[in-house]
Design a protein around this ligand. Structure first.
Ligand SMILES: Cc1cc2nc3c(=O)[nH]c(=O)nc-3n(C[C@H](O)[C@H](O)[C@H](O)COP(=O)(O)OP(=O)(O)OC[C@H]3O[C@@H](n4cnc5c(N)ncnc54)[C@H](O)[C@@H]3O)c2cc1C
Length: 386
């Protein structure tokens, strides 16, 4: 799109200028150290970018999903990884949509001001995986508190968050009419919980993504931390997923453009057989192909944003945007690596780092097969398989 026609150019320019303070070397070093980009995250919070979607009455910017997605896209397009921060952008939506007036007043202004981090959402469990309604973590009401027991896995940013949205079963599966009933969500104050009923074990992994196993042993949560009605938590979580998927699609789009830009630059500069490698159609066509795929995915991402911001159903578009964008960014990553030849493997080019980072989105927050399954069943009317 022409720079002058882009309604989000102002946001893009502002995020880019913040990101420019954090060059490739910064993120490379953090990756090598398996660290967390504290200074970068602090800068994003201080500038208010992560409270974009919090309404103005609570101190946020009251922007839509489209604007929020542009922020995420630009972060990844600049060479960073929004995986360190994206929870802050969408987890607050659960409180906003389903929290009580008291909860909103208590948490949202603090989140908007960047004084409180709500980076984590605890859903996945080791023994049940994608089959979420079978989760085994329970929360039992007792003397004005809920007592939580169980285990979660792959829960991200817990060590860099103050609050976590937790999904637990409050009514046993055998006692509910529909398997999606009987689960509830809670705000867990991590500052109080860790070491007092909740244990955190980091999971070393392929990406520099802070993610953990969580163990709950009689963790007590005050009753007032229940969000919405008891038993309706699964529905509330699902409500938030469209925003999450669309934002992550935008991150993949940002990655996709980053890979294409780097591939083009290298293909123009690298001279072999007395000419730039980009002169060979065997090198330039895959880059053109990757660019086309990213552009196409981008259209679906903005379609999902448009529907979400108009308060219309957007489950199909959000899922398809996530699918297309994750696929396009992964293909662009492969092309970029191939274009760089051996240097694609060298840390100093950052291609291998971004390659690892973008691969995650074929699996999390929802794996490709589960998107196929959603489309097959809900859009095409094929028989339910599980
Ligand atoms: C780095 C990282 C960060 C994460 N952060 C979070 C987080 O913050 N919070 C959180 O709650 N979770 C988080 N997750 C978990 C993530 O959402 C899950 O890994 C993902 O949803 C897949 O679930 P699973 O790993 O249990 O795979 P499984 O459910 O065990 O599935 C394994 C494979 O089998 C396929 N499969 C399973 N069943 C079917 C079927 N019926 N038909 C076809 N294929 C099927 C899946 O598509 C997948 O490819 C994170 C994961 C990672 C790796």
């Amino acid at each position: 799109m022409d720079k002058h026609d882009d309604p989000y150019q102002e946001i893009r320019d502002a995020v880019r200028s913040l990101c420019a303070e954090f060059p490739d070397e910064y993120f490379r070093k953090i990756d090598e150290q398996r660290g967390y980009p504290e200074a970068f995250v602090d800068a994003l919070m201080a500038a208010g970018w992560l409270s974009a979607m919090i309404p103005e009455e609570y101190g946020g910017s009251g922007l839509g999903l489209a604007e929020a997605s542009v922020i995420m896209e630009e972060i990844n397009r600049c060479g960073a990884n929004a995986g360190a921060v994206h929870g802050q952008m969408y987890n607050m939506g659960t409180v906003l949509r389903h929290g009580s007036p008291e909860q909103k007043q208590k948490y949202l202004p603090e989140i908007a001001a960047g004084r409180l981090r709500i980076q984590s959402m605890g859903v996945t469990e080791p023994t049940t995986g994608t089959d979420t309604t079978k989760i085994k973590t329970t929360a039992v009401k007792k003397d004005g508190r809920y007592v939580v027991n169980g285990q979660k896995v792959w829960i991200s940013r817990v060590q860099h968050s103050d609050l976590m949205v937790l999904l637990a079963r409050t009514t046993p599966l055998a006692e509910v009419k529909k398997k999606s009933e009987g689960m509830s969500i809670f705000i867990v104050d991590l500052r109080e919980a860790i070491g007092k009923g909740m244990e955190v074990r980091p999971i070393p992994n392929m990406v520099n993504h802070e993610t953990n196993e969580l163990f709950f042993d009689n963790l007590e949560i005050p009753e007032e931390n229940l969000i919405g009605e008891e038993g309706r938590g699964f529905k509330y979580i699902l409500d938030g997923l469209n925003a999450e998927r669309t934002l992550i699609a935008a991150e993949c789009i940002g990655d996709g453009y980053w890979f294409v830009d780097r591939a083009v630059k290298y293909a123009n500069e690298r001279v072999v057989f007395d000419r730039p490698i980009g002169k060979n159609q065997g090198v330039q066509f895959p880059i053109a192909d990757a660019f086309i795929e990213v552009e196409a995915a981008n259209l679906m991402r903005f379609r999902a944003c448009e529907l979400f911001d108009a308060h219309k159903p957007c489950g199909a578009e959000a899922n398809m945007a996530k699918y297309l964008a994750a696929k396009a960014s992964w293909e662009a990553a492969n092309v970029c690596l191939q274009t760089h030849g051996g240097f694609g493997f060298a840390n100093e080019y950052d291609v291998e780092r971004k390659f690892r980072e973008t691969r995650l989105y074929q699996v999390a927050p929802i794996s490709t097969n589960l998107i196929y399954s959603y489309v097959a069943e809900h859009l095409l009317g094929l028989p339910r398989s599980f």
